[in-house]
Design a protein around this ligand. Structure first.
Ligand code: NAP
Length: 496
């Protein structure tokens, strides 16, 4: 029988006071995998109370000890990698290679930030006065509310939770309602690794109820959100009303530029992987292929031929690149964008339909779809489709390629394929995005590199890498005067 997961509050697995649950559905088969609590505002309040109680002892736990719990959690993740990857494919649909990669991403970031337990560096610096000592230390923000999406149900919670924990924060976490399973498994692992009660709390349920309460609760000191730009803006406004720090990672409309001197086979490999992996449901998915006209025909022919041969299906099946769309609503949204693309005059080269016959019947599948002659003002060139739909946009030269690449409201990831080192370096500067790839697709991240975007993708924060800790700490400046007398900064400087 399918398991019903409870909320995790104050170190206990407890049912929601609503008495209601919701189903977690496999998007490839329609099968119900397990159930989760459809929680209420009251459940969030209980989680906040637990986090408040746990905060002082957790903050005062030596950071290396907090780090040790994370090392242990990473070891458990490693032992369960295959099992977790299979669950991830079942709940999200991405293929097993990608799921294994996602679990590995969770392991990598957990190991990386566990080491912060022995760093959490501040600074020491000379004072302008004699016999005075200056330093900064990092302190936890307090209680962090975390709200995450369905497309990386393990890695995104793992990018947020371990850094916040090692820094000494307590957490109220709401995973996506479309994919809460892997988030719950992560919480179980951290519990098993020895996290004290109340430090990490998970409340499942809808964004409109649970998410909204987390965003607005005055006792939650900081918010960390990954999801769509429209939800992110609401959360930013809610945080701003009480001056809470808010970290936002939002949508993308990522371009891959291919110049005439590029290795075209390599560029096609990148476009296939970037455009159709995870069925295009990545924030960094390649959605616009900006191709110099001199190689347009050659590139298009090679690319479309490869797209027609993409295996679509259940991510558990061997050889599948493109899995299902997460739910029926998202599938309808993608099909509506395809219709708009045709109506606005883009030329459909392949795909464009839902797959509903035979083995596809119970899931949500769409053919890998390619448009060409896409103009920068068209809706499909501007809005995030979040599906297996790629637009080819012909351009005359490098300058136009950059201009088209920068012509959207988003700024997450951008890629350029060229063997011209001058153009590559100019592009690195000129592309309006938080991430630039040269001769590599728009997707992919490494735990020790900062991740995030500009424009409508982010609000100036970054996750992972050297930035991972910053979102979850406050800097405190400390001055110790051991002169034995009153020394006044600015006023006494230079006086004997
Ligand atoms: P979403 O609809 O914005 O949902 C994200 C999370 O917010 C979910 O947990 C959702 O809960 C919750 N939520 C919804 N409405 C809310 C509200 N009014 N108040 C508080 N919380 C609310 O996004 P999604 O469809 O899950 O994810 C896809 C989006 O995420 C895409 O735009 C993608 O580009 C973006 N993304 C960005 C990054 C990045 O790093 N930049 C990474 C991955 C994904 P429910 O699930 O219950 O609705």
């Amino acid at each position: 029988m399918a398991k019903t997961y409870s909320n995790y509050i104050d170190g206990k697995w407890v049912k929601s006071e609503s008495g209601k649950t919701f189903d977690n559905i496999n998007p490839a088969t329609g099968e119900m995998l397990c159930r989760f609590q459809a929680s209420t505002q009251k459940d969030v309040l209980k989680a906040v109370t637990a986090a408040e109680k746990a905060f002082a002892p957790w903050k005062n736990t030596p950071a290396p000890k907090r780090g040790e719990i994370l090392y242990k959690a990473a070891r458990i993740m490693e032992e369960r990698k295959e099992e977790l990857a299979k669950m991830l494919t079942q709940e999200n649909g991405k293929n097993m290679d990608e799921s294994r990669g996602e679990i590995q991403e969770g392991i990598d970031i957990t190991l990386y930030v566990a080491g912060e337990g022995r760093r959490l560096f501040g600074e020491t610096t000379p004072s302008e006065l004699s016999n005075k000592f200056c330093m900064t230390i990092r302190e936890p923000v307090g209680i962090i509310g975390m709200i995450t999406p369905w497309n990386f149900p393990f890695a995104i919670p793992a990018w947020k939770i371990p850094p916040a924990l090692v820094a000494g924060n307590c957490i109220v976490f709401k995973p996506s309602s479309d994919a809460p399973w892997l988030g719950a498994r992560l919480v179980e692992i951290l519990e098993e690794a020895g996290l004290p009660p109340g430090v990490l709390n998970m409340v499942t349920g809808s964004g409109g109820v649970v998410g909204k309460e987390i965003a607005n609760n005055p006792k939650i000191d900081g918010l960390s959100f990954t999801g769509s730009t429209s939800t992110g803006k609401d959360i930013y406004a809610a945080g701003a009303a009480r001056l809470a720090g808010v970290g936002l990672e939002m949508g993308g409309k990522n371009p891959q530029i291919v110049l005439k001197d590029a290795d075209l086979d390599l560029a096609v490999d990148g476009a296939i992987w970037g455009g159709f992996g995870t069925a295009g449901q990545r924030c960094t998915a390649t959605s616009r292929l900006i191709i110099e006209k001199a190689v347009l025909d050659k590139f298009t022919q090679k690319f479309v031929q490869r797209v027609r041969n993409i295996k679509v299906g259940n991510g558990l099946d061997k050889g599948v690149l493109t899995g299902p769309i997460i739910n029926g609503k998202q599938k309808d949204k993608i099909l509506a964008y395809i219709k708009i693309g045709k109506e606005e005059g883009a030329k459909l080269l392949t795909g464009g339909n839902a797959l509903e016959e035979g083995k596809y019947g119970k899931g949500n599948f769409i053919e890998p779809t390619v448009f060409t002659n896409v103009k920068k003002t068209m809706t499909i060139a501007q809005e995030e489709i979040f599906g297996p739909v790629v637009s080819i946009m012909p351009v005359s030269d490098f300058e136009e390629a950059i201009e088209v690449a920068n012509s959207t409201e988003y700024g997450l990831s951008a890629s350029i394929y060229t063997n011209d080192v001058t153009k590559a370096f100019r592009a690195m500067r000129m592309l309006e995005s938080g991430i630039v790839y040269v001769n590599a697709p728009t997707i992919g991240a490494e735990a020790h590199m900062p991740f995030g975007g500009i424009k409508n993708t982010g609000n100036g924060k970054r996750e992972a890498g050297s930035e991972a800790i910053k979102e979850f700490t406050e800097l405190k400046s400390i001055f110790v005067d051991y002169s034995g007398g009153l020394q006044r900064a600015q006023i006494d400087i230079g006086k004997k």
